[in-house]
Write a protein that binds this ligand. Structure first.
Ligand code: ADP
Length: 627
């Protein structure tokens, strides 16, 4: 038996490993299963190039928990190690790796989000074990070796009688880590980190039940038997070619990723690039609910089929973090801080690639089946609109597939919309006026009024729409957006002939004075000669003020204090309406006041502005009137 001392500069490294990585103890299993996987894949490679002349067979990795003996075994059938190799790879290479790791991360150990992503390798075993054994038999014709180390720098290395190829790691679990002897804990970890690793991973057995035969007697007891329980799917969909996969395969994989998710995704994007960096993956557009925050962090990041994290911030453009799916890349540096990640050139390229790929796919989907795309629009618009706002590259491409629906469900692209507006929605400055509603119910009367005039009215109801509108207007598109209940639409849209006013200038002045006597200061009265059938009183809000307010509420940077702006409204009075004449011609001042107040309340009601005490008083007064 050989004994020796691992060449250490830190006298006792293992307590340090434990301490620094306190929060990430669980990754020991990922590391050891990964080592087993690597050893198996290396053997496969050696066989394929004729270097190893052995039978590959159907190698698996087995994880066993021995509760009584307080041990965990991780067994692979990979290339194994000779005694010399144990000496070299475990005592020297692996150890110096662990040492280097500690040296580098001692100070940032608290930033444990990073540490979990960094492979400490074999020595992470000491985070949970007080003693570790390696029993290994190389594929080469050499005796097996048995290495033991109890966490001090001393180790023993002796021959072993193992005859089958591969490596068995035995962890003697420390008293403070006994939770890892729990089957459900281990299967939970294997499911989290190793669910898609390329070599089958066995953990225990499970009971299968045979179906009851047709002619079974009443008292038939179903036959059961034990089968090996395999944790993982070694060939997950993202590692295959898109041409090998059907729509159903993609949906099945989605269910595999999110077993608790019952709704199918809307569509998928298969990512596949090998130059200038390596990246594969599948992104899914889920049906988004109204709460965007909850949906974030559903994309899983893998490195060569080993789970790393579900925090892909910085790697995927932010607007796409609302998607789900998997990204796998050996080129994503995992051992740097978040800010380092964002500054990393390769990561930037990855992020840009994903943005471009998503835009291309959306364009293709739109062109292939526009009707289907329109149907899904409501569920995807938030992501796309947010993408236009936050990524210029995406904004540039968005013209090809971003839609602007009308209140009656006609969907225009921006170019199509412009063509349509040219017909009769141009303002005095020659700008095309996009009329839109934010809420079909709340703005119903305004929508109807605009439609009666033959105008197109869009339904733009995303929470971030005011920001997007602002961006489109500033982008020299020749468009100006006006909500249907904003400063009266007739002012904005150039008309060939003005409706003749029934009232003289003098009458108008008298009317205005009477109105202002009874109307609160927050309203500025504006007289308009309109069609006599149009509503007599209409309340509008300046587009600019309202939009700024909305923007400050939905996180418009630099819009500080806008939320405190006073409410400002216009009261537009149709001078050609019978009501206007009535108000003008009423001698009885009390009656005149009633008319004005009732009309104002009606206008408020239609703008959803009549509330509380005022609403109660209005209802009471109205009942009085019809008694
Ligand atoms: P890494 O895997 O990053 O190289 P580790 O500390 O995990 O670092 O392992 C160090 C070395 O020990 C590996 O490179 C490999 O040569 C050897 N090794 C570890 N586990 C096994 C195993 N199960 N079978 C064969 N060799 C192994």
């Amino acid at each position: 038996m050989a004994t020796g001392k691992i060449n250490v500069s830190v006298e006792n490294i293992f307590p340090l490993i434990k301490k620094f990585l306190y929060s990430d103890h669980e990754i020991f299993l990922r590391e050891l299963v990964s080592n087993g996987t690597d050893a198996t894949l290396k053997l496969k490679h050696l066989i394929s190039i004729g270097e190893a002349k052995v039978e590959y067979g159907n190698p698996i990795i087995e994880v066993k928990v021995d509760k009584e003996g307080k041990k965990i075994h991780i067994i692979d059938q990979g290339l194994g190690m000779t005694a010399d190799e144990v000496e070299k790879y475990i005592n020297q290479v692996a150890f110096s790796g662990a040492e280097e790791f500690l040296d580098k991360y001692k100070d940032s150990a608290k930033d444990s989000g990073i540490i979990g992503h960094f492979g400490l390798g074999f020595y992470s075993a000491f985070m949970v074990a007080e003693k570790v054994e390696i029993i290994t038999k190389s594929y080469k014709d050499e005796p097996a070796a048995h290495w033991t180390c109890d966490g001090s720098p001393e180790f023993t290395l002796e021959p072993a009688d193992k005859t089958s190829r591969g490596t068995e790691i035995i962890l003697h679990i420390a008293e403070d880590s006994l939770e890892f002897l729990d089957d459900s804990k281990i299967s939970g970890l294997l499911n989290k980190y190793n669910k898609f690793m390329p070599i089958p991973i066995k953990f225990g057995t499970r009971t299968e039940t045979l179906p009851k035969p047709e002619d079974a007697p009443e008292d038939y007891v179903n036959e059961t038997f034990e089968v090996d329980n395999f944790i993982n799917n070694p060939n997950p969909a993202w590692t295959k070619q898109p041409s090998e996969l059907s729509d159903e395969d993609y949906k099945n994989f989605y269910r595999e990723l999110y077993p608790m998710q019952f709704e199918d995704p809307l569509f998928h994007i298969h990512l596949n690039v090998d130059y200038p960096f390596n990246l594969t993956g599948i992104l899914y557009f889920p049906k988004l609910g109204s709460d965007m925050q909850i949906q974030k962090d559903k994309i899983q990041l893998y490195q060569n089929q080993v789970y790393v994290t579900d925090n892909v911030e910085g790697i995927v453009p932010e607007f796409l973090t609302m998607l789900k799916g998997v990204i796998d890349s050996p080129d994503i540096p995992l051992n740097v801080s978040r800010s380092g990640l964002q500054a990393d050139g390769a990561v930037k390229k990855i992020s840009n690639y994903i943005t471009r790929k998503v835009a291309d796919k959306l364009k293709a989907l739109f062109n292939e089946n526009r009707a289907d795309f329109e149907e899904k629009w409501n569920d995807i618009k938030i992501v796309l609109e947010y993408g236009m706002l936050s990524e210029d590259k995406f904004y540039e491409k968005a013209g090809a597939f971003v839609l602007y629906p009308t209140v009656d469900n006609t969907y225009f692209t921006l170019e199509e919309l412009k063509e349509k507006l040219k017909e009769n929605q141009t303002d005095k400055d020659g700008k095309l006026v996009v009329l839109y509603a934010g809420n079909k119910d709340a703005q119903h009367s305004y929508i109807e009024a605009a439609k009666d005039k033959g105008y197109e009215v869009l339904l733009l109801d995303s929470p971030i729409i005011s920001h997007l509108i602002q961006k489109i207007e500033n982008d020299n598109t020749g468009l100006t957006f006006v909500r249907v209940d904003s400063d009266h639409i007739d002012n904005l849209i150039k008309k060939d002939e003005n409706t003749i006013s029934k009232l003289s200038e003098e009458e108008k002045a008298t009317l205005k004075t009477s109105l202002e006597a009874y109307i609160p200061k927050a309203y500025s009265v504006q007289l308009e000669a309109m069609d006599s059938q149009a509503a007599p009183f209409i309340i509008t809000q300046p587009e600019f003020m309202r939009r700024m307010k909305e923007m400050s509420q939905t996180g418009g940077g630099g819009m500080f204090g806008m939320g405190n702006m006073p409410e400002m409204y216009n009261l537009v009075v149709n001078t050609n309406s019978d009501l206007a004449s009535n108000i003008l011609n009423t001698e009885d001042k009390t009656h005149q006041e009633h008319l004005v107040k009732q009309a104002l309340d009606l206008a408020k009601l239609s703008q959803n502005l009549l509330k509380g005490e005022a609403l109660t008083a209005f209802v009471k007064r109205s009942f009085e009137m019809i008694k």
